[in-house]
Design a protein around this ligand. Structure first.
Ligand SMILES: [Zn+2]
Length: 443
């Protein structure tokens, strides 16, 4: 299903009609594969009396129920479509209910990921000869870092796997190997700039000319740079590219040089945009991104609700691609939190705190930070005075469990108690969401 031959005509430049026909052919194959191999979807098809032969077009997908993130958690093993022996790489993502969800990638899935990233990097202008410094984690059960490595290898460009953090090592590497491209969580660039300024590094004249961001947006809805993008660009005149991807999608939406939305790779994924009534909205209208993977062997997903909100742009892009694009994300459904590039739900945070013996009570605050991403502040009351640094210890616990650490403040048990049980509330309040709520804009 994945074309490995780079000389083949890229479907993204074909007409929208041909792209749709092509996708529907792949959808038919994907449905058949699910019916034959997926315990979860076999059960769904029989329970809802779904005849996959009758799902001929993308519009027909509305006949199939959604798959929710909690389903992945509750029935994790039932989503696996192949024998365990076929899995090469195990990955986890954070689940809605606290525990992580496990994904398995087969050899073909890794090839598909390589193909996806190869196309995305090409979209962002990378060619053989470019040198990419990878400032993301390659291990810790993440998919992304490995996928980038495979994609750059496939593209024939060069890669330096420095991993996340450690500005000193990043700058030492830039000086030694002279990468032209950085791949990282965009807010890390601000730290990198700060370190350079503090240490007299002439970063403005470094070899770096391009930054590809992951996990955090860089643009507003009109495609102008957002606050974070502007703060980077003001200091450092590099080309910025935003991408949107997730483990569940196994696909990346990458901006081209015109920076007007992330291009979908039609051979890898179908995107529906769903409104409040659970029905697809017209192109250009905001709704929840619902995805169906194409060509996935290990854990393919059908109509998976991502919780992210965006709109589809269907007019031809200036780069010549006819593949539809997604606007920058404008918000998230439910309580989904994006903390430093990692997606998680409040129960994952509760879980860490509930399993820390010296924490008596706590409250979790989420708010927008000035970079336009989420900020999480955990206020905790302690059962007893610890003889170690409780803030540091808690941060370590968060990092080992959910990879990122929120801001931690220690208050008295009584202070937390007052927040947990305000006079009029019968239910304890442990989660306070102060983020701006986005309303769907009907265009
Ligand atoms: Zn384009």
């Amino acid at each position: 299903m994945v074309k490995s031959d780079n000389n083949m005509i890229d479907i993204e430049f074909d007409s929208p009609e041909n792209i749709k026909i092509y996708q529907e052919k792949l959808l038919g194959k994907a449905l058949k594969y699910l019916e034959e191999n997926s315990k979860y979807y076999k059960r769904m098809f029989s329970r809802y009396e779904i005849d996959i032969e009758k799902i001929q077009s993308i519009e027909d997908l509305v006949k199939i129920p959604f798959t929710e993130k909690k389903d992945l958690q509750l029935f994790n093993e039932d989503f696996l479509c192949c024998k365990k022996e076929k899995i090469i790489d195990y990955i986890t993502t954070s689940g809605t209910l606290g525990d992580p969800v496990t994904f398995g990638c087969t050899d073909n899935d890794l090839e598909r990921l390589a193909y996806n990233e190869c196309k995305s990097f090409t979209c962002a202008g990378l060619k053989p000869g470019n040198i990419v410094q990878l400032m993301t984690t390659m291990d810790k059960r993440f998919m992304a870092g490995l996928a980038y490595f495979l994609g750059i290898r496939k593209l024939g460009a060069s890669i330096i796997r420095v991993g996340n953090g450690i500005p000193e090592l990043q700058w030492d590497t830039i000086k030694r190997i002279k990468p032209d491209t950085i791949m990282c969580v965009p807010s890390f660039i601000l730290r990198l700039i700060q370190y350079a300024e503090d240490n007299g590094i002439d970063y403005k004249n470094s070899s770096v000319k391009r930054i590809i961001g992951i996990g955090e947006g860089l643009r507003e809805q009109n495609f102008e740079l957002n606050l974070l993008g502007k703060r980077i660009k003001e200091k450092w005149d590099v080309d910025l590219f935003a991408t949107y991807s997730s483990t569940e999608m196994g696909a990346t939406f990458s901006e081209c040089e015109y920076g007007c939305g992330g291009h979908v790779h039609p051979e890898l994924i179908i995107v529906e945009i769903i409104g409040d009534d659970n029905m697809p909205v017209p192109d250009g209208v905001y709704g929840e991104i619902v995805i169906t993977t194409l060509g996935v062997e290990g854990m393919p997903l059908l109509r998976f609700r991502t919780g992210d909100i965006a709109a589809k742009i269907t007019e031809k892009c200036k780069c010549g691609r006819n593949s539809y694009r997604l606007t920058p994300l404008i918000g998230r459904k439910n309580n989904l939190i994006k903390l430093k590039g990692t997606t998680l739900y409040p129960p994952a945070i509760n879980d860490v705190l509930d399993n820390t013996e010296y924490v008596e009570n706590y409250v979790i605050y989420v708010q927008d930070n000035e970079s336009g991403t989420d900020e999480v502040i955990v206020k905790a009351g302690l059962k007893y005075d610890t003889d170690f640094d409780a803030v540091k210890n808690l941060k370590d616990r968060f990092r080992s469990r959910i990879r990122v650490a929120p801001t931690i403040e220690i208050l008295t048990v009584e202070e937390i108690q007052a927040i947990n049980f305000p006079a009029k509330s019968r239910k304890p309040i442990k989660f306070i969401d102060n983020r701006k709520r986005y309303i769907y804009e009907k265009s």
